[in-house]
Design a protein around this ligand. Structure first.
Ligand SMILES: Cc1ncc(C[n+]2csc(CCOP(=O)(O)OP(=O)(O)O)c2C)c(N)n1
Length: 286
C-alpha cells in the first residue's frame, strides 16, 4: 500500500507539471497534443519521480532504468516531467519548443536530447525497441527495467502485437509496458473503430502479467508500480492504465477536438482553475 505522504508528494509534482503544460500551450503559437498528455500525466510523474532508477547528474549510468515514450506525440509532457526531475530547464523548453533546430521537438529526438532513449513518433515502434533492449539487458546480465508507454490507439499497430508475442517467449520480466487506455484515438472513440474489449484479456492471452488500474489516480498508479514482479523474473508486465483523455480540464475531457489544440488567454485561465479545483478535491479525497 502506497504511503500517503509519497502519494501527496507525487500528486503535487503532477499538478505542477500539468500547470506548466497548459501555460506552455497558452504561450506556444501552434497546437499541442493536450488530450493524451493530460491522460498520461500521473503515470509519467510516478515513473520519473518515484519508480525509475535514473539520475539527471549521470544520464548514461549503465544500471539506469530505460524509458521509451512510444506515443511520441506526447513528447512535451515527458520533457516537462523530466525538467521537474532536473533533466532539463523548463524555461528553455518554453522558449524553444517546436522551433526549427530546437532540441525540444514536437516528437522526441535522442540525437538532440541526451536523456531520451529513443526517437519516436511513428507509432508502434516503441515496444519492439523495448523488447530488444530488455533482451540485450538479459544477455549482458544487467538487472535494470525497460519501460514503454503506448497509447491505446497505437496498439492497433501490428508491430505492437509481434513484440507482445515475443516478450513472454524471451522471458522478459524486466519489461514493463504501459497502455494509456483513454479510449480515444485521434479522430474517433476507440470502440467505434475497432472492438478492443476485452482489452486486458488480449494481453493475458499473449502471456503477459496484467495490472489494470485507474491511471489518473496516483494512489493506484504508485501501487501498480510498487507491485511489479522482480526484474529478474520471467513474465513481462503490462499496466493497462484506464484514463480520461484531457483529464481534469473541463472543456478538454473526452473531447475529440482536444487530441491536439492551442489555448487562448480565456481558456488558459479556465484550464488553470480546473486543474486547481481537481487538485484540491483529490487531496481532500485521499
Ligand atoms: C504510424 C503512425 N500512424 C499515424 C500517426 C498519426 N497519429 C498521431 S497521434 C495518433 C492517435 C494515437 O492515438 P493513441 O495512441 O490512443 O494516443 P492518445 O489518445 O493517447 O494521444 C495518430 C493516429 C502516427 N504518429 N504514426
Amino acid at each position: 500500500m502506497a504511503k500517503k505522504e509519497e502519494v501527496l508528494r507525487l500528486m503535487e509534482i503532477a499538478h505542477q507539471m500539468r500547470k506548466n503544460l497548459v501555460k506552455l500551450c497558452g504561450a506556444y503559437g501552434g497546437n499541442i497534443h493536450m488530450g493524451g498528455d493530460m491522460s498520461m500525466s500521473d503515470v509519467l510523474t510516478c515513473l520519473y519521480h518515484h519508480t525509475m532508477h535514473v539520475n539527471p547528474e549521470d544520464i548514461h549510468m549503465p544500471d539506469r532504468d530505460r524509458f521509451i515514450l512510444s506515443k511520441g506525440h506526447g513528447a512535451v509532457c515527458m520533457y516537462i516531467t523530466m525538467a521537474l526531475r532536473g533533466f532539463f530547464d523548463y524555461d528553455e523548453i518554453v522558449r524553444t519548443y517546436g522551433q526549427l533546430d530546437s532540441a525540444y521537438g514536437q516528437h522526441p529526438c535522442k540525437v538532440h536530447l541526451p536523456g531520451v532513449e529513443a526517437s519516436t513518433g511513428s507509432l508502434g515502434h516503441g515496444l519492439p525497441i523495448c523488447v530488444g533492449m530488455a533482451a540485450a539487458a538479459r544477455q549482458r546480465k544487467e538487472n535494470h527495467r525497460v519501460f514503454c508507454m503506448m497509447g491505446d490507439g497505437e496498439t492497433c499497430e501490428g508491430s505492437v502485437w509481434e513484440a507482445a508475442l515475443n516478450a513472454p517467449a524471451l522471458k522478459l520480466g524486466n519489461l514493463v509496458a504501459i497502455v494509456d487506455r483513454n479510449k480515444q484515438f485521434m479522430t474517433t472513440f476507440s470502440e467505434e473503430g475497432v472492438h478492443f474489449e476485452p482489452y486486458a484479456d488480449k494481453w493475458r492471452a499473449f502471456g503477459w502479467n496484467v495490472i489494470e488500474i485507474n491511471g489518473n489516480d496516483m494512489n493506484e498508479v504508485v501501487d501498480a508500480f510498487d507491485s511489479l514482479p522482480a526484474a529478474d523474473s520471467s513474465v513481462p508486465t503490462v499496466i493497462v492504465a484506464n484514463t480520461v483523455k484531457g483529464a481534469r480540464v473541463s472543456f478538454m475531457e473526452k473531447q475529440i477536438k482536444w487530441h491536439c489544440g492551442s489555448l487562448d488567454a480565456k481558456d488558459l485561465a479556465i484550464a488553470l482553475d480546473d486543474l486547481e479545483a481537481a487538485y484540491q478535491a483529490e487531496k481532500e479525497a485521499l
